[in-house]
Design a protein around this ligand. Structure first.
Ligand code: AMP
Length: 114
């Protein structure tokens, strides 16, 4: 299996603006943001694409959505869009499953909370 750029980011081999990390997921800012807040939620367990899901990995997209929802609450983002690009025709460029989190609102950065 070819390692993607996201393999290298979650292994901390490549720099990224990581905004959240736990045992299951890494979230970082998209390098070419298409909204004031544009994050990517990437699971630590590798799956190439929604198109490659199996019954064993079907929980992962829901887990990413839950992490995104918790992140939004913690950073006071009320409205957002969650998107999976699937396959070339669906606009998927990187074959490591990831959830796009887009919001017209700016996230409240850590330390700015009161
Ligand atoms: P997709 O089209 O769903 O495969 O989305 C891939 C996304 O990854 C695009 O929105 C890119 O801007 C973003 N991207 C590519 N390389 C990096 C990187 N090194 N750090 C952060 N985001 C990246």
């Amino acid at each position: 299996m070819e390692r993607t750029i996201f393999h290298r980011i979650i292994a901390h081999e490549l720099p990224a603006d990581i905004v959240y990390e736990d045992g299951d997921v890494v979230a970082f800012k998209d390098i070419r943001p298409k909204a004031p807040t544009h994050l990517l939620f990437v699971p630590k367990q590798y799956v190439a694409s929604i198109a490659e899901l199996t019954p064993e990995t079907a929980h992962i997209p829901g887990m990413l959505i839950l992490k995104a929802k918790e992140f939004a609450t913690a950073h006071r983002i009320d409205g957002y869009k969650l998107v999976y690009h699937v396959g070339r025709g669906g606009g998927q460029e990187i074959y490591y499953l990831h959830l796009h989190f887009l919001s017209q609102e700016k996230m409240v950065e850590e330390g700015a909370k009161n």
